[in-house]
Design a binder for this molecule. Structure first.
Ligand SMILES: NC(=O)c1ccc[n+]([C@@H]2O[C@H](COP(=O)([O-])OP(=O)(O)OC[C@H]3O[C@@H](n4cnc5c(N)ncnc54)[C@H](O)[C@@H]3O)[C@@H](O)[C@H]2O)c1
Ligand SMILES: O=C(O)CC[C@@H](O)C(=O)O
Length: 526
């Protein structure tokens, strides 16, 4: 039974799938204090939040069983992503479900701002009739500058076109082709800042976007410009905005989000040119149902070990690629485990080479699996999410490459490990109908099923060596299931690769290493 803790208000229809799932217990507790949250999270397999709950490193650390954090919405700035990644916890969001609602809210704010609707409403219901105080401006033929032409920015642009506005957009990923398709002018931040009558921001809050709209930007704007922020507080410098409105440079601002939320008695609210809503962009019945539904499905998929798509801390893999890579998963994980166990010393570097048909696809997901297989020999709590992170944290350099030459195999994965003592190379393939095989250990060709308990014996090729190894195994009651021998020259260095029926004890390894012709013996468990 999976325990899913929900700590912000969510649509009941949206979480219906969770409520009905036979393998899930849903615990809904909103308005928890930080101490209560630490207590509740201890037993949870999944945490589901909106933007209110602050999922700090401390909360993540307290989530002993936590596998996934779901955010019913886009922005994940209330979740400590690096802390989740380092603990191997997947963070999923619902990026599409509230796009339209937020774009519509942005538009509602822009029209309200242009026509002084909130101010006019307030005055009218106070019994006044001050028509000349609330003369507005048309959107028709005005220039709208959009910073961030992602999902919401694009929907805002489309609506602006319907209002006959000229749209200039800046987004580092905007191509000329896409701009033309949407019907916007691709510009620089400077173009947006200097040419717009209305400016709306639709980026996440990042190091680059924090105070992107600041005092210096306000200086360069057209007099009478109007500003809208329905993305994240902090993209606009609120103190600079206050100054710019006071000076008459900015005619007004419509804010749905604030540097601190809730903003309390903010100085901006003393200005009649400022209109505000309490982070309502995504607050529609439809959006809340969509995001809760999307994220609930993702959480169920993750808990049940099924494919999922919107992980924030794991690259998403297109469905067709997932299908192609699926058969290689076992090979990749076993090969990683095998490679690390035959490598002596402290690991410095892993080079993974993909050959044959694997060169025709993006093998990056397999690299994560190989790293997971390798590092789980030393580290607990490792998974596909944190494997690359933990490798990097431990100073292990990981290189991924593709080469066409596959030594006669349809597909081949070679893992070369470099430690402070040696370089070791192992290669594996997926044999049609037969499953994964290890086919190379250093210079030697082998054909080993990477499964169960294995013994790699490095020795000098002398008559009787194989027999003596067999006798010692027998005397320790260890049955040999399969055995292969590889050598390059008669009487030279050779290897034996044995599959045995039970784990090999340290005392047995010592007895084998006492044999004169034996160089090293390595037990491998897969
Ligand atoms: N007010 C609300 O209730 C509400 C609701 C939903 C989303 N949001 C917020 O709206 C924002 C946009 O959401 P979205 O779904 O469109 O996200 P998105 O990821 O689809 O789009 C964001 C865009 O910003 C661009 N960008 C990033 N850094 C940039 C920079 N320095 N300069 C210019 N562009 C930059 C990206 O390339 C991307 O195209 C997010 O911050 C999200 O959290 C707010
Ligand atoms: O949960 C909310 O209503 C806010 C959502 C919004 O800020 C988001 O980033 O998706």
């Amino acid at each position: 039974m999976y325990r899913i803790l929900i700590t912000d208000p969510l649509s009941d229809q949206g979480i219906e799938k969770l409520l009905k799932a036979p393998d899930v217990e849903v615990v809904q507790k909103t308005n928890l204090t930080p101490e209560q949250l630490l207590e509740e999270i201890a037993e949870a397999d999944a945490l589901l939040v909106r933007s209110q709950t602050k999922v700090t490193a401390e909360v993540i650390q307290a989530g002993k069983k936590l596998k996934v954090i779901g955010r019913a919405g886009v922005g994940v700035d209330n979740i400590d992503i690096p802390a989740a990644t380092s603990k191997g916890i997947i963070v999923v969001n619902a990026p599409d479900g509230n796009t339209i609602s937020t774009a519509e809210h942005t538009f509602a704010m822009m029209i309200s701002l242009a026509r002084n609707i909130p101010q006019g409403y307030k005055s009218t219901i106070q019994g006044k009739w001050k028509r000349k105080n609330f003369v507005g401006v048309e959107l028709n033929h005005k220039t709208l500058g959009i910073v961030g032409l992602g999902r919401i920015g694009t929907e805002v642009a489309k609506r602006a076109k319907a209002f006959n506005m000229k749209v200039i957009a800046f987004d580092p990923y905007l191509t000329e082709e896409r701009a033309q398709k949407i019907g916007v002018h691709k510009g620089s931040v400077d173009d947006v800042i200097t040419q717009s009558d209305f400016i709306t921001v639709h980026t996440p809050l990042t190091k680059e976007t924090r105070h992107l709209i600041n005092a210096e930007a306000f200086e360069r704007m057209k007099p009478g410009v109007r500003i809208i922020n329905c993305a994240r507080g902090g993209i606009i410098d609120e103190a600079a905005l206050y100054e710019a409105i006071q000076k008459g440079k900015v005619a007004g601002a419509a804010l749905d989000v604030f540097e601190t939320e809730p903003p309390g008695e903010h100085p901006l609210f003393s200005l009649p040119q400022v209109i505000a809503t309490p982070h309502l962009g995504a607050s529609t019945r439809e959006a809340q149902e969509n995001v809760a539904q999307d994220v609930s499905e993702e959480i169920l998929h993750i808990l049940r070990d099924q494919p999922f798509k919107n992980a924030v801390n794991l690259p998403s893999i297109p469905a067709d690629l997932q299908e192609k890579l699926k058969p290689y998963q076992v090979l990749a994980e076993k090969l990683g485990g095998f490679a690390i166990q035959v490598a002596n010393g402290a690991l410095d570097e892993i080079t993974i080479t993909y050959s044959g048909e694997l060169t025709e696809m993006d093998p990056a997901p397999l690299t994560r699996i190989i790293l997971k297989g390798a590092l789980s020999c030393y580290l607990s709590d490792i998974n596909y999410v944190n494997a690359p992170y933990l490798a990097k944290e431990r100073g292990v350099r990981v290189t991924e490459q593709k080469v066409s030459k596959s030594h006669g195999f349809t597909n081949l994965i070679t893992v070369e490990t470099k430690t402070d003592q040696q370089v070791t190379k192992v290669a594996g393939t997926l044999l049609n109908g037969l499953g994964p095989r290890i086919v190379q250990i250093d210079r030697y060709s082998v054909d080993v099923q990477p499964e169960g308990h294995l013994l790699l014996v490095q020795h000098n090729d002398r008559p009787g060596a194989i027999g003596r190894v067999g006798t010692i195994l027998g005397s320790h009651d260890v049955n040999i299931a399969t055995m292969q021998v590889g050598r390059k020259d008669i009487g030279g260095h050779a290897i034996m690769m044995l599959t045995v029926d039970k784990p090999v004890e340290e005392t047995l390894l010592d007895s084998l290493e006492e044999l004169e012709e034996i160089e090293t013996v390595t037990a491998i468990d897969l």
